[in-house]
Design a protein around this ligand. Structure first.
Ligand code: GNR
Ligand code: NI
Length: 176
């Protein structure tokens, strides 16, 4: 297992639409383990493969609190079958947009079908934080970020800040 570097805004890789996983084999399970290790190290409660630069439709989630035993979930080729009309608001963050948080409104529950790490078809009715996290991660598979769900004014501010941070960090900009 290994911890992978995270892709950070405004890297255009985050806007790629990920391709379906074709085979649930040992390599795919190794990728899922690397994603879980990277997520626990960050730490975060979810991670999509594209956040470590792999454009495949695969995500991991663990909502267990610190001190509880881990509950790793692996979702391969997830699809939302049904979204509730009821909405809920959570303060979201993203490992690809470090230290920025904003409230996002989404369907309060979703029914999702996916393959598990044995390649077996599964369905989950998700509520609460699991519903929000699944939608946040499935957005990543489609090149969508949580800042796409906030006002354009706030989004433009965040993108500008991260563009400046990336520029200041770029090689050959060491003056001052
Ligand atoms: O760690 C994370 N926390 C979080 C909080 C509220 C809603 C969604 C998330 S997912 C995020 C990790 C991440 O960036 N996943 O893509
Ligand atoms: Ni994210």
């Amino acid at each position: 297992m290994s911890i992978k570097p995270l892709i950070i805004l405004p890297d255009p890789v985050l806007r790629q639409v990920s391709k379906p996983v074709e085979r649930v084999d040992a390599d795919l399970n190794k990728l899922a383990d690397d994603m879980l290790e990277t997520m626990y190290d960050a730490p975060g409660i979810g991670l999509a493969a594209i956040q470590i630069g792999v454009p495949r439709r695969l995500l991991v989630i663990d909502l267990a609190k610190e001190g509880e035993s881990p509950e790793p979930h692996v979702f391969i080729n997830p699809e939302i079958l049904e979204s509730a009309d009821q909405r809920s608001v959570y303060e979201e963050g993203c490992l690809s947009i470090p230290d920025y948080y904003a409230e996002v409104e989404r369907p309060a529950s979703v029914r999702v079908k996916y393959l598990d790490r044995d390649g077996k078809l599964q369905e989950m009715q998700a509520e609460g934080l699991m519903a929000t996290c699944l939608q946040h991660e499935i957005d990543h598979l489609n090149g969508v970020l949580f800042i796409d769900h906030i006002s354009k004014l706030k989004r433009d501010m965040v993108v500008r800040k991260f563009k400046k941070l990336a520029k200041d960090k770029a090689p050959g900009k060491m003056v001052g």
